[in-house]
Design a protein around this ligand. Structure first.
Ligand SMILES: NC(=O)c1ccc[n+]([C@@H]2O[C@H](COP(=O)([O-])OP(=O)(O)OC[C@H]3O[C@@H](n4cnc5c(N)ncnc54)[C@H](OP(=O)(O)O)[C@@H]3O)[C@@H](O)[C@H]2O)c1
Length: 447
């Protein structure tokens, strides 16, 4: 452990931190280039993140002018770390090599190890010479959009330009004691939250915000019925809260009674337990069953009296046919992923005859991430933190997410020594309510 990290733990001020030397290396979670073929021939579900995610000391790169070194107090597991760890659908070393060819600073990323992680809360340790709005000692959270500000398209919407996801398509991600972050990824840390509660939100909350609140997605208006797959999962648990905040009516789909309870506590009145309903949208690997789509549609109508105006899609191949079918005439299917397979099949007649739209969405731009962060800062959206692991056990945490054994989000402690630290606004915390802030901690997702 280094002096500067000990000082951060002790709550040292900016003057003290600025005077202490920066270490030349950091503890981090990474995959190795030499392991890229580790799982060749192994079925996807048997590819084990615990074998490929390593924890060890890696050198810190030189800081570019627009970057900061961040002491990462806590981070989180996102599904992209699962993808990186099992080298699917592609090895992420290809992303790093491409970034390496772009510029002098990009070259630092093309290494034989990839430090992963796309979320963080922490304390700024150093700022590059071009950083204007942040200073040493600032307490922040980090969004993961790594933007190329020299691409003209980025100046319309930074998701349209040459953008990458930090810690997935770039190196030096958040699952480390010290990370390298662009200044335009930083946002204020919510003062009423602990480090681990603050760390889990940015990636999933911003994604759901763009999909359901921003004009770039399928914005919910009062009374809209919104079907949300995986409604107690990472993105789903924020989606439910955004729909409620917008005056819409969420219909959550989950796979256990405990998850049904979680959603009810969150304020989601209408919940479908897909395991209990045992939908079989696919008769076999190649044939879908329209009568099962119809059964889902009937179940939704019996709950809310109507078809959904919006479907929040991400399971992909297993559900997309049903999602397109059940969406209301002129409604929208907004999708950001395809966990169960990206070669999608749906009956196009139901799309064009009923004037429906499929809208693609990916993460969010800085403005959207900032607005999404504000919903957390104001206590309007609560972090769905369900479990916390130490950095050394990141592989185990990723394994939980890979096998859908979790609810909401899993936090990872990095520099923070224990849970519950970092709360500087107990009054706001009391106002939001301990009960509400810990809904997901009281549930484990099991039957
Ligand atoms: N494009 C982006 O910017 C972006 C951002 C964040 C996440 N993502 C992607 O979105 C996906 C979900 O991420 P997440 O963090 O929410 O993951 P998560 O925490 O694992 O939650 C996903 C939930 O979806 C449900 N689900 C999974 N497979 C399903 C299937 N075949 N049929 C129906 N429901 C299914 C499960 O809930 P139940 O078992 O309870 O139904 C699961 O808990 C991942 O593929 C991730 O990579 C994309």
């Amino acid at each position: 452990m280094t002096e500067i990290l000990d000082a951060v733990r002790a709550g040292a001020g900016p003057e003290v931190l600025a005077d202490l030397p920066m270490p030349t290396s950091t503890r981090a979670v990474f995959v190795r280039r030499e392991d890229q073929n580790l799982f060749d021939g192994v079925p996807s579900e048997e590819k084990d993140p615990r074998r490929s995610l390593r924890v060890g000391e890696v050198p810190l790169p030189e800081l570019a002018p627009d970057e900061v070194y961040l002491a990462v107090m806590a981070s989180s597991i996102n599904f992209n770390t699962v993808w990186t760890s099992i080298f699917e659908p592609v090895s992420t070393f290809g992303f790093l090599d491409r970034l390496g060819k772009e510029s002098f600073w990009g070259k630092r990323h093309a290494l034989d190890y990839h430090v992963v992680g796309s979320d963080a809360s922490g304390v700024v340790l150093r700022t590059g010479s071009a950083v204007r709005n942040w200073k040493v000692g600032d307490e922040v959270t980090v969004h993961c959009n790594y933007v190329d500000d020299q691409d003209p398209a980025s100046h319309d919407d930074s998701m349209l330009g040459n953008q990458r996801i930090w810690g997935f398509e770039t190196n030096f991600g958040g699952l480390a004691d010290i990370s390298v972050v662009k200044a335009n990824q930083l946002m204020p840390k919510p003062t009423h939250l602990s480090w681990e509660e603050a760390a889990v939100n940015a990636l999933c909350n911003s994604t759901s915000y763009r999909m359901l609140v921003s004009r770039n997605g399928a914005p919910v208006t009062q009374g809209d019925k919104v079907l949300i797959w995986g409604a107690s999962g990472g993105i789903g648990s924020y989606a439910v809260q955004h729909v409620l905040n917008s005056g819409g009516v969420p219909i959550g789909v989950v796979s256990s009674e405990d998850k049904v309870e979680t959603l009810r506590e969150l304020g989601c009145e209408y919940v479908i337990n897909r395991r209990e309903k045992n939908y079989r949208f696919w008769k076999d690997e190649h044939t879908q069953d329209e009568s099962e789509w119809r059964r889902l549609g009937k179940d939704i109508r019996s709950l809310v009296g109507d078809d959904p105006d919006i479907v929040f899609e991400h399971p992909g191949r297993s559900t997309m046919g049903a999602s397109v079918f059940v969406t209301k005439r002129a409604g929208t299917i907004v999708t950001c992923a395809a966990t169960s397979g990206y070669m999608i099949e749906y009956d196009n007649r139901h799309l064009w005859m009923k004037l429906k739209t499929i809208k693609g969405s990916h993460f969010s731009n800085y403005r959207e991430a900032w607005a999404a962060n504000q919903t957390i800062v104001d206590g309007k959206v609560v972090p769905p933190l369900s479990a916390v692991f130490p950095l050394e056990e990141t592989g185990e945490a990723a394994y939980e997410v890979q096998h859908n054994r979790h609810e909401g989000k899993i936090g990872v402690l990095c520099v923070a020594e224990r849970e519950g630290l970092g709360i500087t606004n107990p009054e706001l915390r009391a106002k939001v309510g301990e009960e509400r802030l810990t809904i997901f901690r009281r549930h484990d997702g099991e039957e």
